[in-house]
Design a protein around this ligand. Structure first.
Ligand code: SF4
Length: 255
């Protein structure tokens, strides 16, 4: 496991520790409270927390085992998903308190997500795959609008839009360029993909992965040599590798 993945898993474990402390505190109150009605309410809260703790603990165990073995555990898939959705905001909050950058935590979450998706080893037809790319990959001076029709691009080669279109044509997959989350969600509704390869910054990728849950999403971070949202780039080899992965489900190293 790389350090990156450990960061998010460590924060998830810390969140479980906090919930455990809360449970001990409520149990203490319950034992020492005089009024029976309040004790009953606290007992119900305790039982609820125990159920949540059980789901989260099995989810974290599932995540660690899946990453370690590079094989998914179908019986724990649901609790893994609940754990990721429930504890992601808690991990961000803990990170803020501990002075860990939100970008690093989101990056770690994306790494964990990618590993879990790869462990599923699912294979899809080309037309079931959608590559969702950010509009900022387009050269800022280009006059052609590619968000509604990617083929408006004249393939002049001044930005990577032309290469992504070639990749689309080579494999027969779907490709769209979105200006933000709303348009990205619209493309998902239009194409109804069964697998997504999303290219974006840490923040958009993390929220996109959660929005499209339970669809498998392989997230690829964009490169920002000129700052955010301006003439960004992407490692095309990583995009092609992700396409081939979904097409053939090629085994990958644990990384
Ligand atoms: S490759 Fe396409 S999108 Fe990029 S600058 Fe040229 S015409 Fe515009």
């Amino acid at each position: 496991m790389r350090v990156k993945k450990r960061l998010f898993i460590g924060l998830l474990s810390a969140a479980v520790g906090l919930i455990l402390i809360l449970l001990i505190f409520i149990t203490y109150l319950m034992i020492n409270w005089d009024q029976p009605i309040n004790r009953i309410i606290l007992l119900i809260v305790c039982l609820l927390i125990i159920v949540i703790l059980g789901v989260i603990s099995s989810g974290i165990a599932g995540i660690v085992l899946t990453i370690w073995s590079a094989r998914t555990i179908p019986s724990l898939r649901h609790s893994m998903r609940v754990t990721l959705n429930l504890l992601f905001p808690v991990a961000l909050m803990l990170g803020r308190i501990l002075g860990i950058s939100q970008e690093r935590i989101r990056g770690s979450f994306i790494e964990v997500n990618n590993q879990l998706v790869r462990a599923r080893r699912e294979v899809f037809a080309a037309d079931q795959i959608l590559v969702l790319a950010p509009h900022c990959l387009q050269n800022a001076e280009c006059p052609y609008k590619i968000t509604l029709h990617a083929d408006n691009c004249k393939r002049c080669g001044k930005c990577q839009v032309s290469e992504l279109l070639s990749l689309r044509d080579r494999y027969g997959i779907n490709l769209s360029f979105a200006t933000g989350g709303t348009l990205a969600r619209r493309f998902v509704q239009i194409y109804k993909p069964r697998a997504i390869i999303a290219i974006a910054c840490e923040r958009d990728l993390a929220s996109g992965i959660q929005d499209t849950n339970p669809l498998p999403v392989l997230g690829i971070l964009n490169e920002r040599p000129h700052g955010p949202c301006f003439n960004t780039r992407v490692n095309l080899l990583k995009v092609e590798e992700a396409v081939l992965y979904f097409l053939k489900s090629v085994p990958v190293s644990k990384g």
